[in-house]
Design a protein around this ligand. Structure first.
Ligand SMILES: *Cc1c(COP(=O)(O)O)cnc(C)c1O
Length: 413
């Protein structure tokens, strides 16, 4: 892969560049749980880690491994490990690296289930402080003696706040903290967290990377930026020759192997096919988002639009400096005179659904669905208005989307 520089070139050629039978251009689906060896000494060597090879389907599978290689190339990382879902990737990473009494700092603007997971960790003996991560000084103030890592998302869903990604990277380096970035909303096509000093990158493959709304998956990628010799929680058995891989090894063993949230080879195959068109899809989706944000911004039925590609967005210039495009998700608040249900039910092309990163455009009334469980008080603290609607842009021709919004807004007054 040495002479290929393009993001998409690397993805579409990655399978055939390692050993593959029959000249197959795709890594086949290896539907197997176990692997047989002619010589039992080889079996032992693979288990002891002195020889490369496959042990058991919960830990490793050739089809999943091929996807891991692709993801590492996409993120510019040293290695990756896949999971059955994005949540499994996040939960397993923290479970494997943190211990009772440890503290971590997290962005307060989080994917809802990540927020819920961190609350559970808090009741299991880990301490977490939520801060406004658009401001690195708030992260700095939250750091304690027992702080082990900082966790942020790139563009927050649904209000599209952009974390102070570069400044937090500098802070983590100065303070010797691991820096975990959930890159789901941007994907490695729009942004590589390794460029701002992230140590571990999380992606929900379910969203833009898989891209078709058919398959769940998640991944953690090691960037090599952090010196894990300074991290107190690595078990001696995982301290191999290359200290940059200690955390990933511990996540694979204590996390994936023992917790068991493995990605299936069939899912890995579908996600790998999806990944091939990531750049093409996202380019179109981001252009659609920009056009829709500008359209909504000009409508009297709409009170406020949140999209980092609009000049009035508080992090407009930060997003322009960090990301190839400002994302494919936006949200907006309706004017108080508009009934949210009348408006939403008038939509004909845009589908009323959760999820994001599909090829179809999806809309959801945020406070009443994905943010319902957290209650009115926390919603208010996160700036989630009852009229907030999130839109995940698909790849349709934008005229169809704007016509649909226009007619639905017109019918709701
Ligand atoms: C969807 C999402 C997740 C969780 O991914 P799943 O694959 O649905 O488990 C995590 N983080 C962000 C930012 C997401 O959008």
């Amino acid at each position: 892969m040495t002479n290929m520089k393009g993001f998409t070139s690397k993805i579409v050629h990655s399978d055939r560049l390692s050993e593959i039978k029959h000249g197959s251009l795709h890594k086949p689906v290896h539907a197997t749980v176990a692997y047989g060896y002619d010589d039992a000494r080889d079996l032992a060597a693979v288990f002891q880690g002195t020889q490369a090879g496959f042990t058991y389907g919960r830990q490793v599978n050739p089809t999943v491994d091929a996807l891991q290689v692709k993801l590492s190339a996409m993120e510019g990382g040293l290695g990756s490990v896949c999971f059955g879902t994005g949540m499994a990737a996040i939960g397993t990473l923290l479970f494997a690296l943190l211990r009772r009494g440890d503290h971590f700092v997290s962005s307060a603007f989080l994917f809802g289930n990540t927020n819920s997971l961190f609350m559970s960790f808090a009741s299991h003996g880990l301490e977490v402080t939520f801060v406004d991560a658009t401001d690195a000084s708030q992260v700095a103030e939250a750091i304690q003696d027992n702080t082990r890592l900082v966790f942020v998302e790139t563009i927050a869903n649904p209000r599209t706040q952009v974390a102070a990604l570069a400044e937090i990277g500098t802070l983590c380096r100065q303070r010797g903290l691991a820096y975990v970035v959930d890159n789901t909303m941007t994907s490695p096509y729009l942004f590589q967290p390794s460029k701002v000093g992230a140590s571990l990158v999380v992606n929900s493959l379910t969203k833009y990377i898989g891209g078709h709304g058919t398959t769940l998956g998640g991944a953690v990628t090691e960037t090599g930026a952090f010196d894990w010799r300074t991290f107190p929680n690595i078990y001696d058995t995982y301290k191999g020759a290359d200290a940059r891989l200690w955390a990933l090894t511990q996540i694979k063993k204590k996390g994936l192997r023992d917790f068991g949230a493995a990605l299936s080879p069939e899912a890995a195959h579908e996600l790998a096919i999806g990944a091939e068109t990531l750049a093409l899809r996202l380019k179109r989706q981001c252009a659609n988002a920009q056009a829709m944000a500008e359209f909504l911004d000009g409508r009297s039925e709409v009170r406020r639009v949140y999209y980092p590609g609009l000049p009035q967005h508080p992090e407009f210039s930060r997003a322009a400096g960090l990301f190839r495009h400002p994302g494919a998700l936006l949200s907006f608040e309706l004017d108080p005179g508009i009934d949210i249900w009348t408006f939403m039910n008038a939509l004909k092309v845009i589908i009323k659904s959760s999820n994001l990163g599909d090829n179809r455009t999806l809309a959801i009334p945020v406070a009443h669905t994905i943010y319902h469980e957290m209650g009115a008080e926390r919603r208010a603290s996160m700036g989630i208005d009852d009229s907030l609607i999130r839109i995940s842009l698909g790849i349709e021709e934008v005229e169809d989307l704007l016509d649909d919004l226009g007619q639905a807004l017109g019918r709701s007054t």
